[in-house]
Design a protein around this ligand. Structure first.
Ligand code: CU
Length: 296
């Protein structure tokens, strides 16, 4: 039979191994993917690279929460291991009959309250920050309308430019052009970098949800209601961003991707000119479910 001391050493080894495993896992998760901004990646473990101040803050808040969680988990694990070792029937044959400890009871009420306050303050700040772009700073408006099962977009500041954006079916996907199956649309939208853009969202039939992870946006589009969010992509993060509808909206819910090109202001102006000509005859987006909607 092993001595008590040997047992303790073994436990200490297990605890320290567990500790390092958790630390390593946390470090690995936090390394972050170093890939181009083109949607989800195989084996992606962390958020997509952030493209807006809102998403920067979300990531920062997530990291704060992760640290707090890891500390709590390790603390509780440590307590449990300590109790298992020190107070098992063999090590502690005559248990204490203590039932109350005022100091301990106050501590385990007050400390969690402090932890919650530490979480609540940045959480509320973030909620307010992401809610609306500061009015005086808004330079452009983008209107997003959900339909069964595609998105349409309007640029009220650009002569009411409006167009639909439909998924490119699997059989027409051209991987050589960087197109990604289920995440490619016929008409991508463009936005200028270094511009504060108000995004107004609504829907014309059922609930949809305009979700673009890199922008930190995931907002329901509700028929008869206008929801608001905002984007500001710094010039250094110009690129292609992707998202999907994230509110179960019917049979083709999985087939209404979002593709956004964040372009330099000059390129955006060029895109706008081209788009105005291209969609000149589309006075308004299609208002009914397309007859040729394919149920996949
Ligand atoms: Cu949907």
């Amino acid at each position: 039979m092993r001595s008590k001391e040997e047992g303790m050493t073994k436990y200490k080894q297990i605890v320290s191994r567990l500790f390092y495993t958790v630390l390593l896992a946390a470090a690995w998760l936090q390394t972050g993917p170093s890939f181009a901004q083109s949607g989800p990646q195989p084996w992606q473990m962390n958020f997509r690279p952030s493209a807006t101040p809102v998403m920067d803050d979300i990531v920062e808040f997530h990291n704060l929460l992760l640290v707090i969680e890891v500390i709590i988990v390790l603390f509780v694990l440590g307590l449990m291991v300590y109790i298992c070792v020190k107070f098992n029937a063999k090590a502690n044959p005559v248990p204490s009959k203590t039932t109350h400890n005022s100091l301990l009871e106050v501590a385990w009420t007050v400390i969690p309250i402090i932890v919650l306050i530490v979480i609540a303050v940045p959480s509320m700040k973030l909620l307010v920050f992401m809610d609306k772009a500061p009015k005086e700073k808004v330079e452009m408006t983008l209107k997003v309308i959900g339909h069964q099962w595609y998105w349409s977009y309007e640029y009220p500041d650009a002569g009411n430019l409006a167009f639909d954006s439909n998924i490119i079916p699997d059989e027409e996907i051209d991987a050589s052009k960087g197109q990604i199956r289920l995440l490619e649309v016929d008409n991508r939208i463009a936005i200028p970098v270094d511009t504060t853009i108000r995004v107004l969202m609504t829907s014309e039939d059922v609930l949809h949800n305009w979700a673009v992870p890199a922008f930190g946006i995931k907002m329901d589009t509700v028929p008869g209601r206008i929801n608001e969010s905002w984007i500001r992509v710094p010039a250094a993060r110009a690129g292609v961003y992707r998202g999907q509808c994230s509110e179960l909206c019917g049979v083709n819910h999985g087939y209404m991707p979002i593709v956004i090109e964040a372009k330099s202001k000059q390129d955006f102006a060029k895109w706008l000119d081209k788009a105005k000509k291209e969609f000149a005859n589309d006075a308004s987006p299609v208002k009914v479910v397309r007859k040729d909607t394919i149920v996949r």
